[in-house]
Design a protein around this ligand. Structure first.
Ligand code: PLP
Length: 380
């Protein structure tokens, strides 16, 4: 089989997504399956929809377009597609065409969406994102009512709801306080304008602990989460702890050995900068003399992965990497040329591998991505 490759087990992805859909439904929370780390994969989209997610979300309109155009299943045709990054003004025509809903924070963008929606004779739905402390995207809470008033006046725009995004930029954890604030804002909008918000989207995978923390969590008005990492990697992103009952190895990376030799553990000669501007001083592994080691090179590099986000199998240690070479040491025996080594990945290694054209994507258990419904849809 071709290497390097990502092996994506759709059975495990299905299991993770379905588990989260069921557990969160008990708290009255629906799941938007976030596909951004899967680069618009139709197999992934179908699997998530079969597992019961109520919508698909992606940060790139290109990925949403790819999934829409494939339209190879009834599920995708019926699924609501959510653009989870604020649209670029230069892309609003595509956003209106391919996304049903978009997350927004700028009234100028929403006005342009309205103009474009009128042109295309469509209704575009808007989820207003609110800033609650993480300082990435979001309307300041004090400006929200004013923005809602403007949005409600725009033709062909429907206010679908509000949402927030925490943890991504500053690591701010979703908690009782910031989630209660979001609920409060939802109530305030509803009473001020005498309307009902369909969606109050509390956040991403970082919200899992808050949402599933037993009966003591009051989830208030929050009725949706947008989940990527928790489904794909089976862990929560605050402490990167595995979520109980989920697979953490649904996606693995396989690379191939192209050189295997006994070499000294320490370099010889004057040490200056390496290819990526690091000096060995920063990497103290190479400073410890461990005598002769069993060193091997795998044909994959910084172009394709974030080496610090790879977890090697037992007995293999990652020593370093350059653009096309990953250098490892084996303590259990010599690796042979042509041998394949399987790694686990974190989110940053995963997104980079997904976007590298040099890494092929191999789906196993593809029956989970076929169009016949596998289970009854669970929704909040
Ligand atoms: C990436 C992203 C998500 C999904 O994040 P995960 O940590 O992968 O669950 C949700 N919402 C927004 C706005 C995002 O950018």
């Amino acid at each position: 089989m071709t290497a390097p490759r990502l092996e994506i087990d759709l059975n495990k992805i299905y299991h993770n997504a379905h588990e989260l859909v069921v557990r969160l439904a008990e708290r009255g929370i629906s799941v938007t399956g976030v596909t951004k780390a899967a680069l618009g994969s139709v197999e992934m989209a179908n699997t998530l929809l079969r597992a019961g997610v109520t919508a698909l979300g992606d940060s790139r309109i290109e990925n949403i377009k790819a999934i829409c155009l494939a339209r190879n299943s009834a599920q995708i045709k019926d699924a609501a597609m959510l653009l989870i990054r604020s649209p670029m003004l230069s892309q609003v025509a595509q956003v209106v065409r391919y996304a049903d809903i978009s997350c927004n924070t700028e009234i100028d963008v929403i006005k342009k969406l309205s103009v474009e929606a009128q042109k295309q004779s469509r209704t575009h739905q808007v989820l207003l994102m609110v800033e609650l402390g993480d300082l990435r995207e979001g309307i300041m809470p004090g400006d929200l009512i004013g923005t809602v008033r403007e949005v409600l006046s725009l033709p062909n725009i429907l206010l679908k709801g509000i949402g927030t995004n925490l943890a991504c930029r500053s690591g701010v954890s979703p908690d009782a306080t910031n989630m209660a604030k979001l609920s409060e804002l939802a109530d305030l909008i509803e009473t001020t304008f005498d309307l009902t918000l369909d969606v109050v989207s509390g956040g991403n995978s970082a919200n899992i602990q808050w949402a599933l923390n037993g009966a003591q969590t009051d989830t208030g008005r929050i009725n949706n989460l947008r989940l990527g990492e928790a489904i794909l990697l089976g862990c929560e992103p605050l402490q990167r702890q595995a979520i109980e009952g989920l697979y953490t190895n649904a996606i693995t990376l396989v690379a191939e050995v192209i050189e295997s030799k006994r070499k000294p553990s320490q370099p010889t000669g004057d040490i200056a900068q390496s290819a990526f501007g690091e000096t060995l001083l920063a990497n103290d592994r190479a400073l410890t003399d461990r005598g002769i080691v069993r060193q091997a090179i795998l044909a994959i590099g910084i172009q394709d992965i974030d080496p610090s986000g790879l977890q090697a199998p037992a007995g293999i240690e990652i020593l370093g990497a350059s653009s096309d070479h990953l250098v490892v040491a084996s303590v259990k025996g010599d690796l042979f040329v042509g041998e394949e080594v399987t790694f686990q990945l974190n989110y940053s290694a995963l997104v980079r591998a997904m976007t590298s054209p040099f890494v092929s994507k191999v789906f196993t258990h593809r029956q989970y991505a076929t169009s016949e419904p596998a289970c009854t849809q669970v929704s909040a």
